[in-house]
Design a binder for this molecule. Sequence first.
Ligand SMILES: CC(=O)SCCNC(=O)CCNC(=O)[C@H](O)C(C)(C)COP(=O)(O)OP(=O)(O)OC[C@H]1O[C@@H](n2cnc3c(N)ncnc32)[C@H](O)[C@@H]1OP(=O)(O)O
Ligand SMILES: CC(=O)C(=O)O
Length: 535
Amino acid sequence: MTMRSIEIYDTTLRDGTQGEGVSLSLQDKLNIAQRLAEMGIDFIEGGYPLSNEKDTAFFEQVRKLDMGSSRVCAFGMTRRRSMKAEDDPGMKALVAAQTPAVTMVGKTWDYHATEVLGVSLDENLDMIGESVAFLKRHADVLYDAEHFFDGWKANPKYAAQTLQAAVDAGAGWVVLCDTNGGSLPEEIAEIVGQVKQQLADTNVTIGIHCHNDSELAVANTLAAVDAGANQVQGTINGIGERCGNVDLISAMANLALKKKGYQVLGGQPLTHLTELSRYVYETANLQWRSGQPFVGQSAFAHKGGMHVHAVNKSASTYEHIDPATVGNERRILVSELSGRSNIIALTTKHDLQDDKELMNKILAEVVRLENQGYQFESAGASFDLLVKRLAGTFTSHFQTIKYRIVAGDRDAQNKVAFAEAIVKLQVGDVLWFDAAEGHGPVNALDAALRKALQDTYPELSEMRLLDYKVRVVDSGAGTAAHIRVNIESGDKHDTWGTIGVSENIIEASWKALVDAFEYKLHKSKTSTPQQPAEF
Ligand SMILES: CC(=O)SCCNC(=O)CCNC(=O)[C@H](O)C(C)(C)COP(=O)(O)OP(=O)(O)OC[C@H]1O[C@@H](n2cnc3c(N)ncnc32)[C@H](O)[C@@H]1OP(=O)(O)O
Ligand SMILES: CC(=O)C(=O)O
């Protein structure tokens, strides 16, 4: 079968940064651009050079990077009204960006031309044509037809004229934008089909740029491709103005793995998609979307007992694709919805599956603890320790005898808070009694635990607390509500999650901390007690 290659155009660095809460430094933008180039993304829109100094600097610096076969684009709008293109500061900034391609947005919708720009319909056509013609002397030009579908629905003849003005002036691409994200797939398919007929005698590539305001951006993008679009514009993870743009991750995965007859990124495997998605979240300092299709942490997470039972026999019973094809992984969760199959799947590494009685015991304990507010889904380390305890293979590296926290304000006027922790532990035959200060109670407890254990277990110096989350789990209970604390810890090899639940936030934190230390010592091959120092 001949494959149709669909160009992928990424606008994470421009439209993505128009999303609420998204802000990228210059270095972040350069790093993401480099990552996108490594993936083989065809076009990378770097920003709006007229908009701010950071974007101008981006185009200066990106020139020094090896962008492989990716083409970097600068983005801007048509010349201002009543001005020559060559005098327009926006046009000059686009040329100064010195990119091999420039993307220029113009107005399609007659209502926008007259009401927003305040120009006649003819003047708008001149603005489009003259701007494309001017830029074409310096770079390839992609024409983004803003509000294309709304404009077509209001006045199809005029919408077609705006495209024609861009094409006649030399645009190599016309990109049809569902700017307000309100169109339906059948409308997109119908209108793209008509544009295809209009441009049948040209070499112009039709592109599609969908926003997600009706949660239809992926469906609309696929419908446009079926109707003849050969370029897909979007952002990684779908970040962008209002409800975002089409998520390129889902668009690429659907085109390459689901639909027949299309390829993206030259047909190379998509095994880096999950890593790319997380890299962009981390760089933009955004929370991952756990339920994000294809690449989310939960995209292949199985929780219901019946599902896990079937997945253990054949993964395809509850998975639409092999998670490895997009670089993701299968996860088996435990919860009160679990059956024995979940426990069996999760305890594979403990080699205990044949022990039915033990499996039932673990399941009963998980259900009992979940009733108290525990949730082991992101606390795999606490779950492993629980299994070891119930299997009788757990040996504690230290016994906790007591802890105490003193917290308050040292200087109320200047709002200087303090926290001190005292811990008493037994390690082998030795009692350790240590105190430490911290930025808050958990930090102080962590510091005191380390102090007490560091001579015996020097490997603890490699361990760091990476994240700390607190949640009230049964708020209906008023002051007796349970608090769930999740701690994420890591060393240079792994990260691991632990949990503690209590009516008291400090006690819940203490339990999660103790599990975090125990888990590090259990997983570390060298964690046999060293001869403790005299004190
Ligand atoms: C659909 C999209 O996502 S398009 C991209 C949207 N992105 C952004 O707006 C982010 C970057 N934008 C910016 O930094 C600024 O808006 C700038 C630098 C481009 C312009 O800033 P300002 O000159 O202060 O104008 P402002 O932000 O109010 O924009 C409106 C002006 O642009 C004009 N304008 C808007 N669209 C167009 C267009 N397609 N062609 C020509 N002029 C346009 C308006 O007529 C108005 O000009 P006026 O003040 O003379 O009436
Ligand atoms: C160009 C663009 O970002 C839009 O119309 O949505």
